[in-house]
Design a protein around this ligand. Structure first.
Ligand SMILES: Nc1nc2c(ncn2[C@@H]2O[C@H](COP(=O)(O)OP(=O)(O)OP(=O)(O)O)[C@@H](O)[C@H]2O)c(=O)[nH]1
Length: 294
């Protein structure tokens, strides 16, 4: 039995929990049974109904008190503990596997996804043991585009996370509805989403006395990002059903959900793979209720 789902990651405050809430409601409205799995022990007030909660296995507060750790060290400890007790998670997921689509809400500590290996081992254990097809949805706050230095950091973070996790991966500029409130961007939005020629950023980096000091380093980092040619972004306003729908189409294609339930030939599969992503998500009149639910 193959299951499908999303690994929702991104820096603190990038919108992961809000995303899991909005995405689960959207998917339910288009007819999927969704199980949201909270793997962030620092998430206390969850806005969504949680099928599995890491809090039932380990509590961040207890870890911090018992081992005299701060919140970051505590989270790394919790991920380590989860990896060692992966059978707990596997046994909770197994009964849901038959008919549920999974959303895994991970902690925002970015070092868990490009430095430490516990989170990656947990994800890959789920993939191997449960035959799950997972896409990493990496959220980055769109306001980072307003500052060239922060934008380069976001690119670097996205690239290192992609390389580390080795999953089908979609980078998302979240809270795109707020982008205009941060002032005018130096270039149009496509420049930031398509990541085609970063040399244009150099002029703007030079205007800032703080970043001009690191001119050479930033240039080299931009060259690395461009040489890999892996990073681009899609945009998201979680309150806009069209924006969420477009992202769902990308994710469904990346993890193979669009092929599930098709018993066709190779020709049939290739037709679907090559087709434009114009599904019928917007036929549903009850989608109008989506905004009201958030
Ligand atoms: N305008 C707007 N606000 C958003 C959007 N997504 C999230 N937010 C807001 O951003 C803030 C942070 O969102 P969270 O979902 O808590 O972010 P998180 O990544 O789970 O944060 P941590 O748990 O700290 O890692 C909240 O105030 C959300 O309401 C969006 O698409 N548009």
């Amino acid at each position: 039995m193959t299951g499908f789902g999303q690994v929702v990651i991104g820096p603190p405050g990038s919108g992961k929990t809000t995303y899991c809430n909005g995405m689960s409601q959207f998917l339910k409205l288009i007819g999927r049974k969704v199980a949201v799995v909270n793997l962030d022990p620092a998430n206390d007030a969850l806005p969504y109904e949680c099928a599995i909660n890491i809090e039932d296995l380990i509590k961040l507060g207890d870890v911090m008190a018992e081992h005299s750790l701060g919140p970051n060290g505590g989270l790394v400890y919790c991920m380590d503990y989860l990896e060692k007790n992966i059978d707990w998670l596997l046994s909770k997921l197994k009964p849901l596997l038959k008919d549920h689509y999974f959303l895994f809400d991970f902690p925002g500590q970015v070092e868990l996804f490009f430095l430490h290996s516990n989170a990656k081992k947990v994800i890959w254990k789920l993939i191997r043991e449960l035959d799950l097809r997972l896409t990493a949805v990496h959220l980055v706050d769109a306001h980072l585009c307003c500052d060239p230095g922060k934008y380069v950091s976001a690119l670097l973070l996205s690239l290192t996370t992609m390389i580390h996790l080795e999953l089908p991966h979609i980078n998302v500029l979240s809270k795109i509805d707020l982008i205009e409130s941060y002032g005018k961007l130096a270039y149009n939005l496509e420049f930031y989403t398509d990541v085609e020629d970063l040399s244009y950023l150099q002029y703007h980096l030079d205007q800032d006395p703080r970043s001009s000091k690191y001119r050479k380093l930033t240039k080299e980092l931009c060259d690395v990002i461009q040489d890999f040619s892996l990073v681009n972004f899609t945009t998201l306003d979680i309150q806009d059903k069209e924006s969420v729908g477009n992202l769902v189409k990308l994710i469904d294609k990346s993890n193979g959900y669009i092929f599930s339930g098709i018993e066709g030939s190779v020709v049939e599969f290739s037709k679907i793979a090559a087709a434009p992503l114009d599904w019928d998500y917007y036929r549903y009149p009850f989608m109008l209720d989506f905004l009201l639910l958030l």
